[in-house]
Design a protein around this ligand. Structure first.
Ligand code: ADP
Ligand code: MG
Length: 257
């Protein structure tokens, strides 16, 4: 079974990239072939899997502009079964460059439709609901929404869910919510615990069982160009992403949002 997942939230700093890098690694380590597409011009996911800035062409920019195929732009990375399409800073211009292009929100969808895909495709989205995130949402079958366990966690979620609904009605009717993932959870902190309880009360079974703890190893690993799983396999962050991989491998393909 092939699954394509956009990791999206228009808020920055909620754990999208950390989730993209570590979940991709965990899936590959579990034996599922996985492609990670970095769709954020900041390129943090590319850094997180150790792709140097001068090694990032061709990139997701060429995919969107139609000047490279997926086979051209993807390369093996770090662990067997993992491949990556990096992001180049040129991608920040794509929004403007594609304005005149017909079906500009379906560029990535067309690229994936023409390619041989692995078991899993994960797309790391930028912190906005602009053209790049729309391209991701049009190209996938499900969305994973990281929510940071902080006081304003649910703020902005309504807008994101509305965007998902619009994408459903404008060309991707089967787009499902894979789930909401609580990140940076600190169960010793009563506010964090209360936020998690509130989010579960509000969203019920849409919230994944696995939570990602606040763990300094997760934030240290990118400076070594490594996913946490390769930096410290036994840390709580790595264990949580392995548990997340097991949970979503077992999850039904489509779940109503
Ligand atoms: P986004 O992609 O949504 O902007 P990031 O994944 O880049 O978010 O995370 C924002 C910052 O928080 C980064 O510095 C990252 O290393 C750190 N971070 C993310 N998840 C955790 C976590 N569970 N524990 C500790 N630090 C984290
Ligand atoms: Mg990011």
């Amino acid at each position: 079974m092939m699954r394509r997942v956009a990791i999206a939230n228009q808020k920055g700093g909620v754990g999208k990239t950390t989730t993209a890098v570590n979940l991709a690694t965990a899936l590959a380590a579990s034996g599922a072939s996985t492609l990670l597409i970095d769709l954020d011009p900041q390129g943090n996911a590319s850094t997180g899997v150790g792709i140097a800035r001068d090694q990032r062409s061709p990139s997701s920019y060429e995919l969107l502009t139609g000047t490279a195929t997926l086979a051209d732009a993807s390369r093996p990375a770090l662990v067997p079964g993992l491949s990556v399409v990096p992001a180049h800073e040129q991608l920040s211009g794509a929004e403007v460059e594609l304005v005149e292009v017909p079906r500009r929100t379906e560029r990535l969808k067309a690229v994936l439709a023409d390619a041989v895909l692995p078991d899993w495709v994960l797309i790391d989205c930028p912190p906005s609901l602009g053209l790049l995130t729309l391209n991701a949402l049009m190209a996938v079958d499900s969305v994973l929404i990281p929510l940071q366990a902080e006081y304003y966690a649910l703020e902005g979620l309504t807008q994101l869910l509305q965007t998902i609904e619009q994408v459903r009605s404008r060309g991707n009717p089967r787009l499902a919510l894979l789930g909401v993932l609580m990140t940076m959870v600190d169960r010793r902190n009563s506010l964090s615990g209360q936020v998690e309880a509130d989010v579960r009360a509000a969203l019920g079974s849409q919230v994944l069982r696995t939570v990602i703890p606040r763990n300094v190893r997760l934030s240290e690993a990118p400076s070594h160009g490594l996913p946490a799983l390769l930096y410290d396999l036994r840390c709580p962050g790595s264990e949580a992403y392995l548990a997340l991989a097991r949970e979503i491998i077992g999850a039904p393909a489509a779940r109503a949002a």
